[in-house]
Write a protein that binds this ligand. Sequence first.
Ligand code: FEO
Length: 169
Amino acid sequence: MISEKMEKAFLDQINKELYSEYLYLSMKAYFAKLNLNGFVNWMDIQVQEEHAHGMGMFDYVLERGGEVVLEAIEKPENDWKSPLDVFKHVLAHEQFVTERINALVDVAEETKDRAAMLFLNWYVKEQVEEEASVGAVLAQLELIGDDKLALLALDKELAQRQFNKPVIG
Ligand code: FEO
């Protein structure tokens, strides 16, 4: 059985993961408006990953005998100056999510919930990958600057990204 404190921490994080899904959906719409279909693909995969992250915790709380009560999802931003601006926002957001996952691990440690600690290891590792993959695109966008041809080449590269359903836990 999961403790009330741990359950609440998971429910807060489910909301953050579903907000992330919503945020990347909003970014996908921004790139669709620019006809940058590789970036659209990249965001679409991000949307699916965030959904999987949220659902992984949703299923876990139920599996531990907890109750899932969903809260409202905040309205995401929808106004960015450039692809670079978007990816700066993505990195800042992923760094925030990393902090939240670490806070969840803190609750698992405080409540001596070893099962939750083991489960959360997956998310800790996933955040390292998330920050690295976003950082790689951001670094390329910084190099590209105002070079439209280089931006189109990156767009082609991002069109190759494929979704692999995460196996969580
Ligand atoms: Fe669910 Fe992008 O972290």
